[in-house]
Write a new protein. Structure first.
Length: 300
């Protein structure tokens, strides 16, 4: 028992001795990793985040046209079961599509602010662009042509939706939607998020309004062409529902999502966490130095 204790004490002494012998190597590696991590973190610009809390409205889109279904059912035809799709879920998926990005968002935001930003000047509140990508003075892209223009849009879309800018979280319990926007400029992050919320609400509002107007026009036409009292009564009832729907559409701009907590300009960056990176890198350098010292001492 005493012999085992003596062996353990000797092992600890040998370990401490080998680490002490390599103290300069360990210290040098820790400092080296610290400096590298500091340079790495300083070359990456500060990223700011603007957040909004949204409440989905209680609405759904029906896959089959309700007017045609009602008329067919009245005529004695039966259709398959209607597939109800939650409109807010559809909207969240639509936000990430290239079609929505290219046809709606790019009309409100600058492409260079997505893929060509190098840094943001906190004093002048101006963005600095990478000269190898975008000429800020001439307001021109480097090597501009139609093919590169489309490729830039695709590249910007991927960067926009894959976590570099847009982040979406859905509360599975209460149904709230937390949506955030990251950018080098806190002002642009807020502006983009506001534009995104307005655009998606406006898009569904305009589509449903146009559909309601077409439905009313169609019903008016059917009313003028039929002489059957029962069909006229059914058409009048359907028209009344469409007019009520049109009234509800005109009532509010927050058609799909109600903004519970609007976006604001953040005063503190979300990343990079330079202190954490430096500490983690220093510890990594320390442990690598310890390992190398032990390997060197064991070969002697």
């Amino acid at each position: 028992m005493e012999q085992d204790q003596t062996i353990k004490e000797l092992d600890i002494r040998v370990l401490l001795h080998s680490l002490w012998a390599g103290k300069y190597l360990i210290t040098s590696l820790a400092i080296l990793f610290f400096v590298i991590s500091l340079i790495y973190s300083l070359t990456h610009p500060n990223i700011y985040r603007s957040e909004a809390l949204l409440l989905p409205k209680e609405s759904a889109s029906v896959s089959n046209n309700s007017i045609q279904n009602s008329l067919l059912a009245f005529s004695g035809f039966q259709l398959g079961s209607q597939k109800i799709i939650n409109q807010s879920d559809e909207a969240l998926r639509r936000i990430k599509t290239f079609k929505f990005f290219s046809e709606n968002l790019l009309e409100r935001i600058k492409l260079e602010d997505i893929i060509a930003v190098k840094s943001w000047d906190q004093k002048s509140l101006k963005l600095n662009y990478d000269p190898s990508i975008y000429d800020e003075n001439e307001k021109l892209w480097v090597g501009d042509n139609d093919r590169l223009s489309f490729e830039r849009q695709q590249s910007a879309h991927k960067k926009f939706i894959n976590g570099d800018h847009l982040n979406i979280f859905i509360d599975p319990v209460h149904g709230f939607v937390e949506i955030s926007m990251d950018h080098e400029s806190p002002y642009i992050a807020k502006e983009w998020l506001e534009e995104l919320i307005v655009l998606i609400n406006q898009l569904y509002r305009n589509e449903d309004k146009a559909l309601a107007l077409r439905s009313i026009s169609y019903l008016n036409q059917q009313l003028s062409e039929t002489s059957f009292t029962e069909i006229k009564a059914a058409l009048t009832e359907l028209m009344q529902k469409e007019i009520e729907k049109l009234t509800l559409i005109e009532e509010t701009n927050e058609y799909v999502f109600k903004v519970m907590d609007p976006p604001i300009v953040s005063e503190s960056k979300i990343k990079p966490n330079r202190k954490f990176i430096a500490i983690l890198a220093s510890l990594l350098g320390f442990f690598i130095g310890c390992l190398i010292s032990l390997v060197i001492y064991s070969r002697r």
